[in-house]
Ligand binder design. Structure first.
Ligand SMILES: Nc1nc2c(ncn2[C@@H]2O[C@H](COP(=O)(O)OP(=O)(O)O)[C@@H](O)[C@H]2O)c(=O)[nH]1
Ligand SMILES: [Mg+2]
Length: 236
């Protein structure tokens, strides 16, 4: 099957680690310096569950101040979202409701592929947000919860794998709904009775990832060609 292209947007309060997570995922690197103004889009090929995907990742910055009327249009273009907070900052967790609501509003749906990333899990001593609190919020947001550390690399690849799976599942649900709308479906099934959902073959992944073993191999490769730079590494 040809590679599918997904647009991923990383949002969250300033200094929670959005850029560090993006850099860890793209290059497996971590830097300590903090530049709150950097915002960029990157492109990377990954393989998840035997299928290739091209991910266009936008690492957002600086929208915190004018979020109210910021860029619903730009959010609408996202296929999946990583909502990041720091476990060492209750304030950054409280900010997530606003980001999530903005995503829901832009997408006109509460069933959006979202991963809630509780970052800086290496700072256990400074923890202000309990795992259960983050998990509960994820449940209320129809989202996947995962604890990560850009510093150590803990669960960064897994976070992206789960987001890709969420997007795939959501597409399959949409396809299934379209199928139910089609005259063919009614002819075939009479619009009732049990039909196996197309996503049933995917392993169940809803749940809590902290301290679990890696979700599986991720063959990823940052795309370096001129063409891809041109098409997906624009500065937003
Ligand atoms: N200890 C720790 N520090 C982190 C982690 N992720 C980011 N940081 C640091 O937090 C600061 C802000 O990170 P940055 O990625 O620039 O935040 P952004 O504003 O959300 O993009 C930087 O000094 C990073 O080095 C992490 O997982 N653990
Ligand atoms: Mg940043």
């Amino acid at each position: 099957m040809p590679s599918q292209r997904f647009s991923i947007v990383v949002v969250g309060d300033g200094a929670v680690g959005k850029s560090a997570m993006t850099l860890r995922f793209l290059r497996d690197q971590f830097h300590d310096e903090y530049d709150p103004t950097i915002e960029d889009s990157y492109c990377k090929h990954v393989e998840v569950d035997g299928q290739e995907y091209t991910l266009d990742i936008t690492d957002t910055a600086g929208q915190e101040e004018y979020r109210g009327h910021w860029n619903d249009k730009f959010m609408r273009a996202g296929d999946g979202f990583i909502c990041v907070y720091s476990i060492a900052s209750m304030g950054s967790f409280q900010e997530l409701v606003g980001f999530r609501n903005q995503i829901w509003r832009a997408k006109e749906s509460e069933e959006v592929p979202i991963v809630i990333a509780a970052n800086k899990s290496d700072l256990e001593q400074e923890r202000e947000v309990e795992s259960a609190t983050g998990e509960e919020f994820a449940k209320l947001s129809n989202a996947f919860y995962i604890e990560t550390s850009a510093k150590t690399g803990f669960n960064i690849n897994e976070m992206m794998i789960e987001l890709v799976r969420e997007i795939v599942r959501s597409r399959q649900r949409e396809g299934y709904a379209d199928m139910q709308d089609s005259p063919y479906y009614h002819e075939q099934y009479g619009g009732h009775g049990f039909v196996e959902e197309p996503q049933a073959h995917l392993p169940p992944t809803k749940g809590y990832m902290k301290n679990t073993t890696p979700a599986g191999p991720l063959n990823n490769e940052e795309v370096e060609t001129e063409e891809s730079r041109f098409c997906c590494c624009s500065i937003m």
